[in-house]
Ligand binder design. Structure first.
Ligand SMILES: Nc1ncnc2c1ncn2[C@@H]1O[C@H](COP(=O)(O)OP(=O)(O)OP(=O)(O)O)[C@@H](O)[C@H]1O
Ligand SMILES: [Mg+2]
Length: 267
């Protein structure tokens, strides 16, 4: 299939994994993952610490290569692409990290503009550090996440919740087809957590962008996402509509007797 046509996301799934696995030395972080995620879907990855959520997000943004099976992002197997076409696909996948990866001693605008770096030539990136470029786009993104007044504030003077919004604004100016978020609320109090989850859900609804997030909080996963994928010890133990996630699913995820429970949850 032609690469450009495949990248518009309408004719092909956003993500397609076939028997995908990932091994780090002796650790099997993921195994046998079979998955399709379509345009506009909101999907939460849930499971205990070490279940493989971050590793799966790494496969989805192409920062981790599968050691087994196949991963297609916007119809493309990154291993078959040259560097520039690989980067073009990866630009369509925005990522909000658990550690926000903000440069704290820079002003907010520079961190937001970080989302444009994949689009900008080097001279522009350097020039913008001295004299910020594309200020209007950055300001619009900050307005959308509710902190318009922080454009020229130093990032380390912002609260944790505000810094999380800067990370979201940075993804907005990148304007990807899909937003991935790795535990976007793990360091926030309950009120800020709800505000950030509402924001991510609303952005996905407004723009039609696919949203895939890992979450420890199953209640937020069920209230803000349409589909939940449960991971345990690197395997998918359920993949179903949020409304259909019941106690048996949660027992498969967190219960003692994982083997028997996961069999039942998959029936
Ligand atoms: N770069 C790496 N090198 C070695 N082992 C790794 C690496 N990344 C992940 N692992 C291992 O793979 C497994 C899955 O880790 P992963 O970070 O995907 O889990 P997680 O579900 O995101 O956990 P958490 O909820 O704590 O973030 C763990 O056993 C982890 O130790
Ligand atoms: Mg993780």
């Amino acid at each position: 299939m032609d690469g450009i046509r495949a990248m518009d996301g309408m004719r092909v799934p956003i993500f397609e994994l076939e028997g995908a696995g990932c091994r780090f030395g002796g650790t099997e972080a993921l195994a046998g993952v079979q998955l399709r995620i379509g345009p506009g879907e909101r999907v939460a990855l849930v499971g205990q610490s070490g279940a493989g959520k971050s590793t799966l997000l790494g496969l989805l943004n192409g920062s981790i290569a599968p050691t087994a099976g196949r991963v297609r992002i916007l119809g493309q197997d990154l291993r078959r692409l040259g560097r520039s076409r690989r980067r073009r696909v990866q630009r369509q996948v925005g990522m909000i990290y658990q550690q926000l990866h903000l440069t704290e001693n820079l002003r907010v605008i520079h961190n937001v503009n970080g989302g444009r770096l994949g689009h900008w030539p080097l001279w522009k990136a350097i020039a913008s550090l001295v004299w910020p470029l594309e200020v209007a786009a950055a300001a619009r993104a900050l307005e959308r996440v509710g902190i318009a007044e922080k454009l020229y504030e130093r990032t380390d003077r912002l609260s944790g919740g505000q810094q999380q919004r800067v990370a979201i604004a940075r993804v907005l100016v990148q304007d990807p087809a899909v937003i991935l978020a790795d535990e976007p609320i793990s360091s926030l109090d309950p009120t800020r957590s709800r505000a950030v989850m509402d924001l991510l859900r609303d952005l996905s609804l407004e723009t039609g962008k696919t949203l895939v997030a890992s979450l420890h909080d199953v209640d937020f996963a069920r209230s803000h996402f349409e589909r939940l994928i449960g991971l345990r010890r690197g395997r998918v133990v359920f993949d179903r509509a949020a409304a259909a996630v019941d106690d048996a699913c949660l027992a498969a995820l967190y219960g003692e007797d994982s083997e028997a429970e996961s069999e039942r949850a998959n029936d």
